[in-house]
Structure formats: structure tokens, C-alpha cells
Ligand binder design. Structure first.
Ligand code: UD1
Length: 421
């Protein structure tokens, strides 16, 4: 078993280069299948979800070869089948993108229901309703979703009950090949929705309005190959920004799009951090006087991202005064709270609301990562805790953060990974 061991209370100083966005990469890779040609995808993060995605693609006859550590050549010209086995689908949420990509391109997809972090109910009903509206037949047996569209898909107006990121991208991918025009209303506006649309447009799709609530897709007959660079990861960037704040450090996150960080920047400023930004970087300095409490409500983009809620709540526990956090996206995203309590956090949870007492001093203990962002929250608490923090189940972190300990060590953290029986 692997553990992360942190000796805390070391202020972080220096620059961190942010990798390509996990949630964009895991959409663009399956989308590249739809090209039926050769695509070269650059700025891929070195994370398990990307490796899992590549293994899934290889299992269906797609040739994937790294040109360098961040650049993958995907050759989907000789794909051998459209059936994704359970072992590939279950270990990541984004395996659902194979449904849209293969249904659109081949009129057929068989994909086991997706896995991913356990954040409460994570249905895929909007995805399936969207495919059905485009004319596909959807059925499910033994946990496997089967989608068919023998006569091809037809454009339709599809209204999403809530702006689901996954449903927006999945329906958009299927609609690329639908006859006529598809309108997705109440679409998600997240940066990775825009990135997936930009990639598809680069290889020949006609998608208009990505980044707004109304996405229009004009069907095309085929796509071609092409090159694409994945956008920087706002969640990784936000994690390092919060790390600077929680250790009273001075950290510059580089290779980012500062606009994507507005909700995080504005909350850290409200708490008393000094923040400066340039074209592709943000510098976050803590505050010797201590940070102030504030209120956070997670929301769809451009609101505060749910994927930074555990990290931010962990920081708010150390701020002066009572903070109120409302989790509006997932119904079970406070599973990490018992673990940060072991480190000294004082907070109450009432349904979707967390109320922090504030001014906690974390002290090291043995804790367990319950999911990806929960693991990041524990690392942040460990970085400012007195003494040693030992985190188990660190495989969750590897799914979404590349070179995690290495990047933290480079800015002054005392963090290492150990193996124990
Ligand atoms: C994606 C991200 C995840 C992020 C989340 C919200 C990926 C691979 N994962 O997850 O990191 O936390 O967006 O920003 O990009 N819903 C339904 N029915 C559906 C689909 C969603 O009820 O068919 C609900 C969900 O239960 C949730 C909300 O809609 O309450 C948002 O989910 P969604 O945006 O789809 O999240 P994911 O695609 O699972």
C-alpha cells in the first residue's frame, strides 16, 4: 500500500507549472475516436484517468502512441469494435463519453455504466434522454448501456434539466454527425465544454455557442484528423492557490487562464490573500494577520467549482470566524469531513451546508482519502498541520493530479510517498 507522508507547517514559495485539464483531456480523447483518422493531442496531464482512457481506447483497436510525455498520437482508422468492457468503464466517470463518440460515428455503442468518485447519486439519465431525442435506441442489461441508431441520428432540440457537464459534452459529440441541427438548451458552460467543442471544430465539426447556455450543432458527414492542445487545469491551479493560502506562503501558478479562476481568486481576496495576475499566471500570498471567514456556494461555471469545495472548506476551517459552505452540485460531497476532523477541523454539516467554527490549528494524524478532491483537501490540511500526517488510499489522487508530491516538494513542502505492506 502507498501512503503520502507530510511534515507540515512549511510555508510554500515558488512557481508551479499547471498541467492540462483532466476533465478536458478525458473528453477530448474519446472525441478523437470520432475523427476516424489521426489526431495528435498535446498538453495531456500525466494522471491515471488519462492512462485509463488510453487503455480503454487501445482495447477497442485504437492505436495510441506517445510522441513525448504530454503528446499522444491517436490513430482511430482501424478501430475494431464499439464495445467498452466493464473493467475500463468502471474505473473512471468519463468512460460515458465513449457513448456519445461511438454512437455518433458508428451508430452503435456498448458501454458499462461509468464509475468515478462517489459523490452521491450520479445518474446519466440526461445523457440517455439526449441520445434518445436524437433518435437512438437505448437499453440497459447487466449494467451495460447499449445504444443503437441504425438509420443514423437526427438533429433535435434538447433541454437539460440542469447544466450537466457530462451530458452537454456527450450529446454534443453524438450530435456532430446527426442529420440537421441540434440545439442543446441549458447547456453547461464549463471551460472544458468549450475545449471539447474547440477540438471537435478543429477536426471539422460545426459547433456554435459553446460557453453559453445554448449550443447549436450542425451535423457533418465526417471529421478529419488534426492537432490540439488541451487547456490548463483550473482545478489543479485552484488546489495550488489554496495551498499557498493555507500555508501562508507565496506561490505563483503558471500556464493557466486567469479568467477561469475568477470565482476562486475573488474568494481568496475576500479572505485577505494578496493576489496579482498576469496573462497566464496568478500569484497568491497568504496573510500574516490570518485569513477571514467567508461564504461559499458551489455552482456550475462561472460559479465556485464543486471540485474545489473540499480544499476550500479545509482552508476555511483555519480562517478567523464562522464560514458557511453550501454544496449545490453533489448530494454527498462531505465524506472527507470525518477525516479532516481527525486533523482538528471543527465544522458541522447540515444536509448540503457546512458551518465551520474557524481558527482551527491542524495537527498531524493518520487519515484516508475518500475520493480525488477529498485527498487533495487532506494534503492541504497536512501541509499546514503541526507534525506528521499520513494519508492512505492515495490512488485517488493519482487519478487527477500529475507529479503531485514532486510539484509540492519543488515549492518547499516536506512531502513524500512511502510503500508499506
Ligand atoms: C463533471 C466532472 C466533475 C465535476 C462535475 C461538476 C468530468 C469527467 N467530471 O462530472 O469533476 O465535479 O462535472 O462540475 O468532467 N446529473 C443528473 N443526471 C445526469 C447527469 C447529471 O441528474 O444525467 C446531475 C448530477 O447528479 C449532479 C449534476 O447533475 O448533481 C451535475 O453533474 P455533471 O455536471 O453531469 O457532473 P459529471 O459529468 O458527473
Amino acid at each position: 500500500m502507498e501512503y503520502i507522508v507530510i511534515n507540515g507547517q512549511k510555508p510554500l514559495h515558488g512557481n508551479v507549472n499547471i498541467s492540462g485539464a483532466k476533465n478536458a483531456a478525458v473528453a477530448i480523447l474519446p472525441a478523437s475516436i470520432a475523427a476516424g483518422d489521426v489526431c495528435v493531442i498535446d498538453n495531456l496531464p500525466q494522471i491515471e484517468d488519462v492512462s485509463n482512457m488510453i487503455n480503454a481506447m487501445r482495447s477497442m483497436g485504437v492505436r495510441c502512441e506517445f510522441e513525448d510525455e504530454h503528446t499522444l498520437r491517436v490513430d482511430a482508422r482501424n478501430m475494431t469494435g464499439q464495445v467498452l468492457e466493464e473493467k475500463y468503464a468502471r474505473n473512471m466517470r468519463a468512460s460515458y463519453y465513449f457513448m456519445g463518440a461511438m454512437l455518433g460515428k458508428y451508430g452503435y455503442a456498448e458501454v458499462s455504466r461509468p464509475g468515478g468518485c462517489d459523490l452521491g447519486a450520479r445518474p446519466i439519465d440526461y445523457h440517455l434522454k439526449g441520445f434518445t431525442a436524437l433518435g437512438a435506441t437505448c437499453s440497459q442489461e447487466h449494467g451495460v448501456v447499449k445504444l443503437t441508431a441504425e438509420d443514423g441520428l437526427k438533429g433535435a432540440n434538447i433541454y437539460l434539466d440542469c447544466p450537466s457537464v457530462g451530458a452537454t459534452i456527450n450529446i454534443m459529440m453524438a450530435a456532430v454527425f446527426a442529420e440537421g441541427t441540434t440545439l442543446i438548451e441549458n447547456a453547461a458552460k464549463e471551460p472544458h465544454v468549450v475545449d471539447a467543442a474547440s477540438f471537435l471544430n478543429k477536426i471539422g465539426a460545426k459547433i456554435y455557442g459553446a460557453g453559453t447556455a445554448n449550443i447549436r450543432v450542425k451535423g457533418v458527414e465526417s471529421l478529419s484528423g488534426g492537432d490540439y492542445t488541451v487547456l490548463p487545469d483550473p482545478i489543479e491551479a485552484g488546489t495550488y492557490m489554496i495551498a499557498a493560502a493555507i500555508t501562508n506562503g507565496d506561490v505563483t501558478v503558471e500556464n493557466i487562464i486567469p479568467k477561469h479562476m475568477d470565482s476562486v481568486t475573488s474568494k481568496l481576496k475576500e479572505m485577505g490573500c494578496a493576489i496579482t495576475e498576469g496573462d497566464d499566471w496568478i500569484r497568491v500570498c497568504g496573510n500574516n494577520e490570518g485569513l477571514r471567514a467567508c461564504e461559499i456556494k458551489t455552482a456550475f461555471y462561472p460559479g465556485f467549482p464543486t471540485d474545489l469545495q473540499p480544499q476550500m472548506t479545509t482552508l476555511l476551517c483555519t480562517a478567523q470566524g464562522t464560514s458557511i459552505v453550501t454544496e449545490n452540485v453533489f448530494d454527498a460531497r462531505y465524506r472527507y469531513v470525518n477525516e479532516i476532523r481527525r486533523l482538528g477541523a471543527q465544522l458541522k454539516i447540515e444536509g448540503r451546508v457546512a458551518v465551520t467554527k474557524g481558527s482551527c490549528t491542524y495537527t498531524g494524524a493518520e487519515v484516508m482519502a475518500t475520493d480525488l478532491r477529498a485527498g487533495a483537501a487532506l494534503v492541504l490540511a497536512g501541509l499546514c498541520a503541526k507534525g506528521e500526517t499520513v494519508i492512505s488510499e492515495v490512488g485517488h489522487l493519482d487519478r487527477g493530479y500529475g507529479r503531485f508530491e514532486e510539484k509540492f516538494r519543488a515549492i518547499g513542502a516536506d512531502i513524500k510517498r512511502i510503500k508499506k505492506a
